[in-house]
Design a protein around this ligand. Sequence first.
Ligand SMILES: [Zn+2]
Length: 93
Amino acid sequence: MELKNYMEDIVWQSLEELLAAQPDVCKCQKCRYDIMALALNFLPPRYVVTEAGETFTRIKSLEQQFSVDVITAITNAIILVASRPHHYEEREA
Ligand SMILES: [Zn+2]
């Protein structure tokens, strides 16, 4: 059994799609994780108990239920991180 916040999966999936539409935004790992953390702090956690491999259909329905909130939270997080990125000390030029 596994305790899982599947809002994380939804945000991660939506983040990939939203970043793909933003060619000017840095997509390094540090910025992706910063955006993830910011967006998740604005969204309600959704914990479920799952068996391995069980969650996917439920994620799909929840994704539709929260999609506007998720997109808003991620978009705001992208704007924030893109305006003050924290990756410089860790990234090779
Ligand atoms: Zn970056």
